[in-house]
Write a protein that binds this ligand. Sequence first.
Ligand SMILES: [Zn+2]
Length: 334
Amino acid sequence: MSGSVAASQLGAQPVGEVAEVAEGVYQLKLPVPLPLRFVSVYLVRGGDGWTLIDAGYDYPPTYEAWEAGARAVGCDLTRDVARIVVTHFHPDHLGAARQLAQLSGAPVSMLEDEIPHARGVWETGPGPERFVGSLVRHGMDRSLAEKAAAGTRANLSLPEELHPLRPGEELPLGDGSASVIHAPGHADYQLVLHDEERSILYAADHVLLKITPNIGLWPESVPHPLARYLGSLETLRDLGVDLVLPGHGPVFHDLDGRIDELAAHHAERLDAMHALLRDGPKTPYTVSTEVFRGDLTLYEQCFALAETLAHLEQLSLQHRAERLENGTVTYSVT
Ligand SMILES: [Zn+2]
């Protein structure tokens, strides 16, 4: 989707490098072996040490970029880190937390409900059968679904200790603080940080520019992710933010403008899916192939299906579509 909100001049450095985006706040772009290319993590200098926001993907290029990036800004990872905050359980944000915690000795925090959730997904997960079953039930071929599950990362070593943050809590950040905001939708228990005094929002994957955050319904998701996402976006209006530091893509300034664009994008997509169902009942997988055209990798097809399911569920919440399950799930217009 192309919108009119412009990218900032800040944070324009190449992947692997670090740049100052506000006084004492540095953005480091870590490479990721995913179509997104990089995840942006933040290093915030404070009187009691550095706060690191997000850790990156667990593979060697992450650790090389951390070493070089931290050194470039005068942060000794073995000595100077006060705390590590992870915004959500996805492997490009949480993956490297264990090694970073071991290296720095700093405590790692996540939103309180994200801790058992992340452990459930990565340490005691239900295995690939549940994922395959869900893909098949929603219309994907079994052979394709099995291939998709086999290519998906299934476990991750998490830090031994994870410290809970509560929504509304004030977290020391830099020489001030930021409030912890629960921002569901992209991940059920994602957090964003609002530094009110400096008018900065550390937006994680909740509000991105150029790309729309993936809002998907996965086997482990809380129901109605799109409704919760849109509701959460509305609560971020009028915060008076003038710098948005996201987890992917460009830094930008116009938060309310971007919220308008994202809300419009999902309204359009809901209408498009509703229109497709007028031809007759369809499986979510069929709808996903009609909405997300082009040559998608299997990995992208799974994200397209999860995103389609989130929208179809929203249509049924709006009483515009009806879900029928008879071995396979189909949706039809009401
Ligand atoms: Zn994510």
